[in-house]
Design a protein around this ligand. Structure first.
Ligand SMILES: [Zn+2]
Length: 195
């Protein structure tokens, strides 16, 4: 698990209750692409797939995912308060992985909530269960106007809380300059230094 070369971003919900099944690592390039896509449309919802690896730590056996790429969703239906993936959206993701990201998996999906909070709607939860059923697949929600975001991750008993989001680990974020500007997430190091 690449903990030593990552910067941890914590959500305010991090320590309440059960812990998530997987830790989420994300590359800076994937982060930047998601932000660019999220802020490219400020009225209607947009979204896409999170592409990367599902891994298990050699020593601790803890599971984690690494988000390395993103794919904007096509063949969607969307409005200001909803986004629908279709069967063609998924076919497109798989074609794209076959062409350009061989060996990688769909580790989850992201979508925006313009002028709304960070939560999963009933429909989002339905979509997550049906299109992203693996226990380690995650959902990222981004609010592009205020630049806040969070990950929804299943617990080890499979339950997904639609109101409680988690932060993530920014790959190489502790080495060079951090890219993360989602200001609802706290820098875990600063938090512990400051008491
Ligand atoms: Zn939504």
């Amino acid at each position: 698990m690449p903990l030593s070369r990552s910067k941890r971003w914590e959500s305010p919900h991090e320590y309440k209750g059960a812990q998530p099944l997987v830790k989420v690592f994300m590359s800076q390039s994937a982060y930047c692409r998601i932000v660019m896509h999220s802020t490219s449309e400020l009225d209607d919802e947009v979204g896409g797939a999170l592409i990367g690896m599902w891994c298990s730590d050699r020593d601790s056996l803890e599971e984690f995912i690494v988000i390395q790429h993103m794919l904007p969703a096509r063949h969607t239906r969307q409005g200001s308060v909803y986004l629908t993936f279709t069967q063609d959206t998924l076919v497109d993701f798989h074609d794209e992985i076959e062409r350009n990201h061989k060996g990688r998996r769909i580790v989850g999906w992201y979508h925006t909530h313009p002028r709304m909070g960070i939560f999963l709607s009933h429909y989002d939860t339905w979509l997550h269960k049906n299109f992203f059923p693996e226990p380690w697949q995650v959902a990222l929600v981004v609010e592009p106007h205020t630049s806040v975001a969070g990950f929804f991750i299943r617990r080890d008993d499979g339950v997904l809380d639609p109101t409680r989001y988690f932060g993530f680990y920014e790959l190489n974020g502790n080495l060079g300059r951090s890219m993360v500007e989602w200001h609802n997430l706290r820098d875990a190091e600063k938090e512990s230094e400051g008491g």
